[in-house]
Design a protein around this ligand. Structure first.
Ligand SMILES: Nc1ncnc2c1ncn2[C@@H]1O[C@H](COP(=O)(O)OP(=O)(O)OP(=O)(O)O)[C@@H](O)[C@H]1O
Length: 542
């Protein structure tokens, strides 16, 4: 790990050795930062220093205060009195005035990337000045050339004239990062990255961090990275600050810490089953779910069975079909093929989400923040929305009984704060995701289709969600989990189907359900020819 880290990210060390950026004062120094929302203390006397030329990671459970800290920096939230924030030794006025971060050389890459899909790449790069009213005077020819030069400088292959909606997820993330780079201005102080890789396959995350590494290699620019991915942090960050319940738990150099230490700092205890999968007998139930000849997007005639109580993983690189299988089965994408559930066969060309819900097929998409919840409704309203009629039938119309039902779910899924009346939009991102999972899993599902179920979810909650999935499987629910998170697949799946170019490349079972074996199979899928399509079901070691 150390060798790789130094090779990939020796920026700070090499810049210091070369005498580049002799200024060793922190780029960002925060002290005494407290932020309360009513009775809730989101940040409690936080101190933090980001050193020049370093990638500094901010770790912490869902709701520990990471986004709140970033929003104080951007000026979205006013901190409580008593805080000081300095950039290169200069104190920022507090609350930070709107847009002031640009004047001191800070820029942000938000998790949703904040791109306008219908506009071109160059237009998105220049969004800030267009919004600021300088749009009509932009000379687009020169701007396209400047964008091309920027991409070339960082070794990124993107056409500045392409529309953003036509780009891959990785290209979109790169555009957002390079836009933030170009917005840093001459000050070039700090780029703030809020989970920029959360929707990306691991190999593409590497590409993004190459850009970040290049950026900080001037020895004076730094990066502040919010992430839940421990291996990403250990590989790419120089230093880490762990927040727990709004307080700084520890600062560590990544060279002298371990994933286990970070995990216990984050959750305040060890997390069991985090790296090894508890042994689980192979599912013995009948094949209640039969998928035949599924064709959707790049997926080309895929057939597989899922037994009663079995968890089947689907994985592969971006573009392999890993993002397409589940929406195709649910009726959320145009597809062909059939899905047989407990003896009843659906023609997928005619399937709709409404039919799927009626058959107790549940689909939890990856982008839960956008597709998952109504921000201005309460947690209770969000959770009961899909089942209101049935719930009222079961529980009677009593709002009190409804509330206690939701309170139970909120506890079970560890949604924090555990308050059904809280506005969904005030929950941290990870807690919104937990609430969305609770919403869909409560309705006695028969088949559960999960796309990246724990993206953006902290290590503690992740373990709780894995345990919950296993409990559901033990009760006979069939689960298909499409994911590029190999660790997650190793922990929850009984069988993993590796796709390449829309076809089955490999099927892993037994001892081969292991993070490294899955990763190796995915890498192999890029070089080996795909297995010929076979309309028979995927069998063990097929
Ligand atoms: N506008 C708000 N009003 C009330 N409470 C809020 C508001 N914004 C955040 N909070 C609360 O502050 C706490 C910290 O939330 P924050 O979003 O900073 O967490 P986070 O560490 O970024 O979590 P995640 O990993 O889930 O994104 C949470 O308890 C959250 O519910």
């Amino acid at each position: 790990m150390t060798d790789t880290r130094e090779a990939r990210l020796g920026s700070a060390a090499s810049a210091a050795a070369a005498g580049v950026g002799a200024d060793t004062a922190p780029v960002l120094r925060i002290s005494g930062l407290t932020k309360r929302f009513g009775g809730l203390t989101a940040l409690d006397d936080v101190d933090l220093e980001v050193r020049p030329g370093q990638v500094h990671a901010l770790l912490g459970e869902n709701g520990s205060g990471k986004s709140t800290l970033i929003k104080v920096l951007s000026g979205t939230y006013a901190p409580d009195p008593g805080a000081t924030i300095e950039v290169r030794g200069d104190r920022l006025p507090l609350p930070v005035p709107p847009g002031h971060f640009r004047r001191v050389g800070i820029s942000f890459v938000h998790q949703d990337l904040a791109l306008v899909p219908s506009l071109g790449v160059t237009e998105n790069l220049r969004l800030a000045s267009v919004v600021a009213g300088r749009g009509p005077f932009v000379r687009w020819g020169a701007e396209h050339r400047a964008a091309a030069a920027l991409f070339e400088r960082y070794g990124v292959d993107i056409d500045p004239r392409a529309r953003v909606e036509a780009l891959t997820d990785t290209q979109k993330a790169l555009v957002a990062i390079l836009r933030a780079v170009s917005e840093l201005g001459d000050e070039r102080s700090l780029i703030v990255l809020d989970e920029p890789t959360v929707f990306l396959p691991p190999d593409d995350a590497d590409l993004l961090f190459r850009v970040v590494k290049d950026l900080v290699s001037d020895g004076r620019t730094s990066a502040l990275l919010v992430s839940h991915d421990m291996s990403e942090v250990l590989e790419y960050a120089d230093r880490v600050t762990v927040l727990r319940a709004g307080r700084v738990q520890a600062h560590r150099d990544t060279a002298t810490t371990t994933a286990d230490e970070l995990v216990s700092l984050i959750v305040g205890r060890g997390v069991e089953g985090q790296t090894t999968r508890a042994s689980r007998p192979a599912a013995t139930g009948d094949a209640v779910v039969r998928v035949r000849d599924l064709t959707v997007g790049p997926v080309d005639g895929l057939s597989f069975d899922v037994a009663d109580g079995e968890v089947v993983g689907i994985t592969g690189l971006a573009g392999s079909g890993v993002e397409d299988v589940l929406p195709g089965l649910y009726g959320a994408r145009t597809a062909t093929g059939t899905l047989t559930l407990d003896g009843a066969t659906t023609d997928l060309a005619r399937a709709t989400p409404a039919d799927s819900i009626a058959r107790h097929v549940v689909y939890v998409p990856a982008d839960r923040k956008r597709e998952g919840g109504a921000l201005t409704l309460s947690v209770e309203q969000n959770v009961t929305l899909p089942v209101l009629g049935r719930l009222r039938g079961l529980l009677g119309l009593s709002p009190a009984r409804e509330r206690s039902h939701v309170a139970g779910l909120v506890r079970e899924y560890d949604v924090r704060p555990a308050d059904p009346a809280a506005l969904f939009g005030t929950l941290s991102g990870g807690n919104q995701q937990k609430a969305v999972l609770a919403k869909w899993m409560q309705d006695d599902p028969r088949l559960v289709l999960l796309q990246e179920p724990t993206q953006g979810i902290d290590v503690g909650a992740r373990a709780a969600i894995f345990a919950m999935l296993r409990r559901s499987a033990d009760q006979g629910v069939s689960i298909v989990c499409a994911s590029t998170d190999h660790d997650q697949l190793a922990q929850v799946c009984d069988r993993v189907v590796v796709l390449a170019h829309g076809r089955v490349h490999d099927v892993l079972t037994g001892d081969r359900i292991d993070r490294d074996v899955i990763a190796a199979a995915v890498v192999a899928s890029t070089v080996d020819p795909p297995t010929p399509v076979d309309s028979s079901p995927v069998k063990e070691n097929a």
